[in-house]
Design a protein around this ligand. Structure first.
Ligand SMILES: *Cc1c(COP(=O)(O)O)cnc(C)c1O
Length: 369
């Protein structure tokens, strides 16, 4: 989504020299494995996971199921594949999937729910990205044979493009109870559900208690190099294993990845509050700079999105200006800039980002004009 991608429609990595010194707040996907993870990867016991014989993958799946309070879990290469597998399981071709307009499944998964699962997204405008039963109920199709039918509700917690907004476990439980009454399944895109858990002070098991399935990423704030998981009933996971293979995601000695995933799962949640504090510092600083607009009270996790329209710069121009000073951010809409804090940016990096933010806006002549 940076200017280079827009121009060429292909990802052109930034210069390695730029990356070495940058404060990179484009995404928490950029986190690199810790030395401890690399050591665990090197020492991992492995086997062929397509045969179910990789002990490290099996251990990771067992731990994930335990932590989420569900029957079973499945290691998948990416979050996108985890969401697609889940959607495929809960729907038939021609069904509709209710999701937020800004939901990842609606915007950033290459329309895979349509292209592969044969479903149509039924996007609903949430309140700051957050859906409630009233909004969902209004989008359910009537049970008439010539109408496409609603099969699934997909929630996102934390909500990426809504600036890390949260559902409480009570909000999710309420939606699930209503949805189940009318025979709809609920899938949670929990790419950052551990961030939600830390911010809410509620366990991931509590947050996911009533959802039929959940996907979460090991590769984002938790810091593993590769991998996501889907979690749910044994029956759901048995089907998931079939679709994972069908979609080309059956990996062999995946224990080298699962070893890092296990450390991410066990250790990383305990430090996510630091990323949230850093996001709060950035949000408060941005709010204090004339020309930038953001409500810091809405920043609860590791994502913040501010409006730069009053600086006279588009988000692409704004990000380019930050990048020239070694701070990398992501434009998410014409005038929206996103920062994502993570374990590879420390307090000094955050302070530098704040200084650069002030400088870039100060140099922009049209502020207040
Ligand atoms: C990153 C992300 C995904 C997809 O994860 P990948 O591993 O990049 O495929 C899904 N949902 C949300 C909300 C995300 O932020």
């Amino acid at each position: 989504m940076n200017s280079k991608i827009m121009e060429t429609n292909t990802v052109q990595g930034l210069d390695q020299e730029v990356l070495r010194y940058a404060v990179d707040l484009r995404s928490d996907t950029l986190t690199r494995p810790t030395p401890e993870m690399r050591q665990a990867m090197a020492n991992a016991e492995v086997g062929d996971d397509v045969y179910g014989e990789d002990p490290t993958v099996n251990k990771l799946e067992k731990r994930a199921a335990e932590i989420f309070g569900k029957e079973a879990a499945l290691f998948v290469p990416t979050g996108c594949m985890g969401n697609l597998i889940s959607i495929k399981i809960w729907t038939h071709h021609g069904d509709e999937v209710i999701c937020d307009v800004l939901g990842h499944v609606n915007l950033y998964e290459l329309a895979s729910m349509s292209a592969i699962a044969g479903c149509m997204p039924r996007p609903v405008q949430g309140v700051d990205g957050i859906l409630n039963w009233k909004l969902i109920e209004a989008a359910i199709r009537p049970k008439i044979y010539y109408d496409s039918q609603t099969a699934l509700v997909c929630l996102e917690n934390s909500h990426n493009m809504a600036g890390g907004m949260l559902y409480t476990s009570a909000q999710i439980a309420k939606i699930c109870e209503h949805a189940h009454t009318v025979k709809l399944k609920v899938h949670l895109d929990g790419a950052r559900v551990f961030n939600a858990s830390v911010a809410l002070g509620e366990s991931v098991a509590e947050i996911c208690r009533k959802v039929d399935s959940v996907m979460f990423c090991l590769s984002k704030g938790l810091g593993a190099p590769v991998g996501s998981m889907i979690v749910g009933s044994q029956e759901f996971i048995d089907k998931g294993r079939v679709y994972r293979k069908m979609f080309g995601g059956g990996m062999r000695q995946a224990g080298v990845l699962a070893a890092a995933g296990l450390l991410a799962l066990e250790k990383s949640p305990a430090r996510l509050h630091i990323d949230h504090e850093h996001a709060q510092l950035l949000a408060k600083a941005a709010a204090s700079i004339p020309g930038l607009r953001i409500d810091p009270s809405k920043v609860r996790t590791n994502i913040l999105i501010f409006d730069c329209s009053q600086t006279g710069k588009t988000a692409v121009q704004f990000c380019d200006a930050l990048a020239a000073h070694g701070v990398l951010a992501q434009d998410t809409a014409l005038y929206s800039v996103r920062f994502v804090t993570h374990c590879d940016v420390d307090r000094a990096g955050i302070d530098r980002a704040i200084t650069v933010l002030r400088e870039v806006v100060a140099k922009t002549v049209s502020v207040g004009a």
